[in-house]
Design a protein around this ligand. Sequence first.
Ligand code: BG6
Length: 493
Amino acid sequence: MPRIAGPCAVVIFGVTGDLARKKLMPAIYDLANRGLLPPSFALIGFARRDWADEDFGKVVYDAVKQHARTPFRQEVWDRLAEGIRFVQGTFDDESSFERLKATLDKLDQERGTGGNHAFYLSIPPNAFPVVCEQLSKSGLADKPEGCWSRVVIEKPFGHDLKSAEALNGVVNGVFPEASVFRIDHYLGKETVQNILALRFANELFEPVWNSHYVDSVQITMAEDIGLGGRGGYYDGVGAARDVIQNHLLQLLALTAMEEPVSFSPSELQAEKIKVLSASTLAEPLDETTSRGQYTAGWQGGERVVGLLEEEGFSTTSTTETFAAITVDVDTRRWAGVPFYLRTGKRLGRRVTEIALIFKRAPHLPFDATMTEELGQNALVIRVQPDEGITLRFGSKVPGNAMEVRDVSMDFSYGSAFAEESPEAYERLILDVLLGEPSLFPVNAEVELAWKILDPALEYWASHGKPDPYESGGWGPDSAFEMMNRTGRAWRRP
Ligand code: BG6
């Protein structure tokens, strides 16, 4: 049976933002709809707007109607709506936080939220210190025995190792590490959790999951969307900080780590930390990395503009919208196997996958012409869309000749299971309320990820502009050259 959250309230800071509207509020409704929230649950929005509870309720209602995964049910909504409150305030104003405390105390008494509060910081990181400090001052961060106070932090966790350390220092100065939940929503995806099941619940894969059999690993997160309207967040941040530092390095950690002794949070974290500690960027960086910026082009039959013409971006922006790096994982299992990570906006199509590309068979007892259409064996974890796993290998083409050609064996979630996958945010928000930390990167993971990436960021900052690439393609020439140099090629998903 799924565990249901105990009495509690969630406070969202940054409630007028896109993330709250598209992901957080709908996920909370979906959890309520699935019967996973307690009847006493309360949702509090905190923002500058001059709203009454009903105005905020309307905002939540619209977000749910538009973006919830599960069907709308009036009785579920009515119950949820009874616990919706709004606190008008600003981060630097003490009295706003006193009002927030009064609202939470009242909810504890009236609805029985039990003094258990999760504070969701869906706000820019430069506002984390002031909000944490105000939560501490108003007494909302410290709780008596038997009650909890947790803080949920959205990325970016800083912009390099130094700033991440400073940020972690501030947050940990107020909340003990066990009460800090750093969101990396990729860890909430079913297909990402399935990496552990695939590797450690089966006997088939793990014996070949190493440098004896694997030639290289490619982790791709391609998006077809552009960045119009997101300049405020993205300009000056770029693709590497936006998703390689977190999502892609977490995928690398899960793919490359050793088997944990158990799935307890500390054992799992220990293995991820170990493998991230062993990972560094391959050098020289001018040959092993690439970055690009999209220019105008065609996508989905439509003409689209380049980044420099996008609303909200400086016309001289040097922000990269494509980034690729090569990571060496210096462990006995992986020494000599390059991990290629790439991500980009406005690429050919939306796809996230992890591909293990195997070495060629050491000897082929065929004439060369018979294996002309045989590639390297590959195991591809299709994270999204079309979630599943593909195994590619060679097979004899029917006929008199011995001709071998690549074929695929597919597992697809859609056809194998009747159950629908919950949204990543449903799983993660529920885990926060249950106090279940397995799927949240700890301080050390975040800092190690920056340590891996920092040399590329510094190198790029001092080496001109990103290379242009046409929207709808697969990245700049430098990305293709980076692979060609090693005698390999990017997969064309
Ligand atoms: C976010 C990034 O973390 O992930 C966005 O900030 C990106 O730039 C998004 O678009 C992609 O998430 P998903 O779940 O659609 O792959």
